[in-house]
Design a protein. Structure first.
Length: 299
């Protein structure tokens, strides 16, 4: 299988060649035509956009080493004050069913009922369950995508979920021009935006490899709150592959992970077992006392 990064680089190279004339000079007329086409699609599809120098551009994103030059969105985009109360519920695309899916949904409900945004990635599994929990709690949720907003939503299974998010006054967002189709490398790059735009991430379950580990590393490097659910007290989950990443990071084990996360970064990880620990973290950004789950465990 071709490396996704190489595939993306080839796409960039082909795009550049498309805009060069035979003598190697940039064809400005062709480039302008393509830009006009993208903005025409924005108007047709109801896609809004915010440039880096706009007053509405999120300050958190400006702190990144590689912030998007422009972000595109559909729906209601939260303002700066609202983003002060935002978290990303993330995790494996194939979470263990009994606990993983339930913890993600309950966390989504918790954020919703405490007026916090859940800004995740619309991926199958933990992201999906977190979005559903937020909607169930009649709360606010948005999704950052690894594709242009003028292309069919991926994954196909979550197209209805995407529409529900928009119907409930949420948003879909991308840093990619509307006609850009998805590539696996785009999903890795969008992970930096999930942590970068929010106050931090809540990791439900992760194995030894997968996109969640990229987001964890981004979050730690961006000095965002990086909260990982600790399933060590649940006998049924001992030895379960879907939570091995949780345990390796929380226990600072030397087991090899698909993404290298050094010891200095691991020291910044916040581990939780009970909802009351989330209250303490949320209440650092909120004057309102949390009122649900009390001292019960997240499961």
């Amino acid at each position: 299988m071709e490396n996704p990064r190489i595939k993306a680089e080839k796409r960039v190279e082909n795009t550049l060649l498309y805009f060069l004339s035979k003598d190697g000079i940039l064809n400005l007329e062709r480039l302008k035509s393509k830009i006009d086409e993208e903005f025409e699609i924005c108007e047709k599809e109801g896609i809004e956009y915010i440039g880096y120098f706009s007053k509405n551009y999120p300050e958190n994103l400006k702190e990144l080493k590689d912030p998007p030059f422009m972000i595109f969105y559909r729906g209601y985009f939260p303002d700066e004050n609202e983003l002060e109360k935002s978290l990303a519920i993330i995790g494996s695309r194939k979470p263990e069913k009994k606990y993983g899916q339930e913890v993600a949904k309950r966390m989504g409900v918790l954020l919703a009922q405490n007026n916090w945004w859940n800004i995740s990635g619309l991926a199958l599994g933990c992201d999906e369950c977190g979005h559903l929990g937020s909607l169930e709690g009649d709360g606010k949720t948005g999704a950052i995508l690894g594709q242009g907003l003028g292309t069919p939503i991926y994954p196909k299974k979550n197209r209805e979920l995407a529409e529900r998010i928009l119907e409930k006054n949420g948003f879909l967002m991308s840093e990619l021009p509307p006609t850009t189709s998805n590539l696996s490398i785009f999903f890795i790059l969008r992970n930096r935006l999930q942590s970068g735009m929010t106050q931090g991430i809540f990791v439900v379950q992760t194995g030894r490899s997968g996109g969640t580990l990229h987001t964890i590393k981004y979050s730690l490097m961006q000095e965002r709150k990086t909260i990982i659910w600790d399933p060590g007290h649940i006998e049924e989950l001992k030895g379960v592959d879907e939570v091995l990443g949780n345990k390796i990071l929380i226990e600072d084990r030397k087991d090899k992970l698909g993404v290298s996360i050094g010891g200095d970064l691991r020291k910044k990880i916040l581990k939780i077992k009970q909802a009351k620990e989330i209250y303490e973290i949320l209440n650092e950004k909120s004057s309102k006392k949390c009122i649900i789950f009390h001292n019960k465990t997240l499961f």
